[in-house]
Ligand binder design. Structure first.
Ligand SMILES: Cc1cc2nc3c(=O)[nH]c(=O)nc-3n(C[C@H](O)[C@H](O)[C@H](O)COP(=O)(O)OP(=O)(O)OC[C@H]3O[C@@H](n4cnc5c(N)ncnc54)[C@H](O)[C@@H]3O)c2cc1C
Length: 233
């Protein structure tokens, strides 16, 4: 068994903010049959968002690979206006290399004092992962297929998800999942994605609020949680 300390997000291809804004401007200008001017795209897209003419934003997407757990997977996939390819617990056989994602609640800042209860909770969780791995491997040894043995796995099982979403739907996703009310494990993946995109294409995402208290407590290292992978042609 391996415990993964935190989720990870890999953007597939870098986010070229200028190119994205130029394409969105070009798409929006179809409505009025006007031409773009030099450096007009940022202001144009800002206006589009301000007026709620956000269907234009659907012409641009981003794709990323998310390493997270099965609990987050079930929340993430509630977002219907997105596309998913998800590691299959039916076809992937986890014999001897089962990985679990450590819940963010157990990843307090090292300078925060952990209470005895914190240690106890973490131990209970770790034992349940170990037990679920043992049960899974026992079931395989009695001839069960992974599609049956998976029933004993817990929600912390690592899973990999390819996630593609258009910019309009992404704004809705971040609004809901970076908010104070969102589940901490969702915030743990959504906020680093948002912060990364706010740097790349500020005008598209700057107005979206996120739970700063949570970010200060758990996401000081958010840059380590995000990377970019280029896929060569
Ligand atoms: C804090 C929080 C708690 C939650 N708790 C629960 C819970 O306890 N139980 C639970 O089941 N879910 C829960 N959810 C999930 C939530 O109800 C949504 O399913 C999820 O957030 C996806 O949001 P969405 O529908 O806006 O996104 P998408 O599915 O991506 O849809 C995007 C937008 O498209 C439009 N749309 C999509 N489909 C339809 C449709 N059929 N009809 C009309 N408009 C549509 C809506 O405007 C929608 O906002 C929770 C979400 C949050 C953020």
């Amino acid at each position: 068994m391996e415990i993964i300390k935190q989720p990870h997000i890999t953007f597939i291809g870098d986010i070229d903010g200028k190119r994205i804004l130029r394409k969105l401007e070009d798409s929006g200008r179809k409505c009025w049959q006007t031409d773009a001017k030099e450096d007009s795209s940022e202001q144009f897209v800002g206006k589009i968002i301000g007026r709620g003419h956000t269907s234009v934003l659907e012409h641009e997407i981003f794709t990323c690979d998310i390493i997270t757990d099965r609990g987050v997977m079930s929340e993430l996939t509630r977002h219907r206006i997105a596309s998913y390819s998800i590691e299959s617990t039916r076809y992937v056989k986890y014999n001897g290399r089962m990985q679990f994602i450590k819940p963010v609640e157990f990843c307090k800042d090292p300078y925060d004092e952990k209470t005895p209860d914190d240690y106890e909770l973490e131990l209970i969780w770790e034992n349940s992962c170990r037990e679920s791995e043992i049960a899974y491997i026992s079931m395989l040894s009695y001839g069960a297929k992974p599609e049956l043995a998976r029933q004993v796995l817990n929600n912390s099982l690592k899973t990999e998800i390819r996630f593609t979403i258009n910019m309009r739907s992404a704004r809705n996703f971040f609004d809901l999942r970076c908010d104070v009310a969102a589940h901490p494990h969702m915030k743990q993946i959504a906020i680093p994605m948002l912060l990364f995109l706010q740097e790349k294409v500020p005008v598209l995402f700057d107005d979206i609020k996120y739970d700063k208290k949570f970010a200060d407590k758990y996401l000081k290292n958010w840059r380590d949680m995000v990377s970019v992978k280029e896929i060569g042609g």
